[in-house]
Design a binder for this molecule. Structure first.
Ligand SMILES: [Zn+2]
Length: 216
């Protein structure tokens, strides 16, 4: 999964390591799409525009642009997106106002993939606590009436099963499986690579076939 760095800089903010994260909170900007991610970052960086007199930068941890591009926000540093939840929640936002329009398919899918990636970093499952809309935790209609959180969680779930093959590269079987793995490799039933990776249903069918179970 690619998260683009648009060079946004942030002032000194406390870190929020993945193991401290309790969930993801979804936002819309609540403004027409012409109000871009760059506009929002500028407005939260410019001391002349910021009533608090600080220049922390855009308050979301991650963003998805209108074409589905994933963009780095504060990432694993504390956000400023949902009062009372910022220390332990990763905020993902997108331009637009979904009280007036519907989120694009490409945006929903990209936000779901982003959310799934965060949950996997934090070792969390998908449920109504780990994936919430801003309105579920605050006095707001964000991310808009047309943003269906039930449908969104199903989309996130779909991405949870995607194996990150680069996460744990190992070519060693566990001790208890070593002899069987070597036998299966010698018999040509498995290819001898990545013994610790999960198997797909089609790979399993191919293994049954190689083992001679299907030609009876
Ligand atoms: Zn919001």
């Amino acid at each position: 999964m690619n998260i683009v760095d648009r060079g946004f800089t942030f002032s000194n903010i406390a870190s929020m390591p993945a193991e401290n994260i309790d969930g993801v909170i979804i936002h819309h900007f609540g403004a027409p799409e012409t109000y871009t991610i760059a506009s929002a970052h500028r407005d939260h960086s410019d001391v002349r525009r910021n009533s608090a007199g600080i220049s922390a930068g855009i308050g979301y941890n991650g963003l998805v642009d209108t074409d589905g591009t994933k963009v780095r926000g504060r990432m694993f540093r504390q956000g400023a997106h949902a009062r009372g939840y910022n220390a332990r929640h990763f905020g993902i936002a997108t331009p637009g106002n979904f009280n007036n329009t519907r989120p694009r398919e490409v945006v929903l899918e990209s936000m779901a993939e982003f959310a799934a990636w965060v949950l996997k970093q934090a070792n969390l499952p998908v449920n109504a606590t780990t994936v919430r809309g801003h309105r579920d935790v605050g006095q707001t209609d964000c991310p808009g009436r047309n943003f269906d959180m039930v449908d969104f969680r199903k989309r996130v779930q779909k991405y949870m099963g995607v194996t990150n093959v680069s996460a744990k590269p190992t070519n060693e079987p566990s001790a208890w499986a070593k002899a069987t793995w070597e036998k299966a490799t010698k018999a040509g039933i498995v290819d001898g690579n990545r013994p610790q990776e999960p198997v797909t249903r089609q790979e399993m069918a191919a293994m049954f076939d190689r083992a001679g179970l299907l030609d009876k």
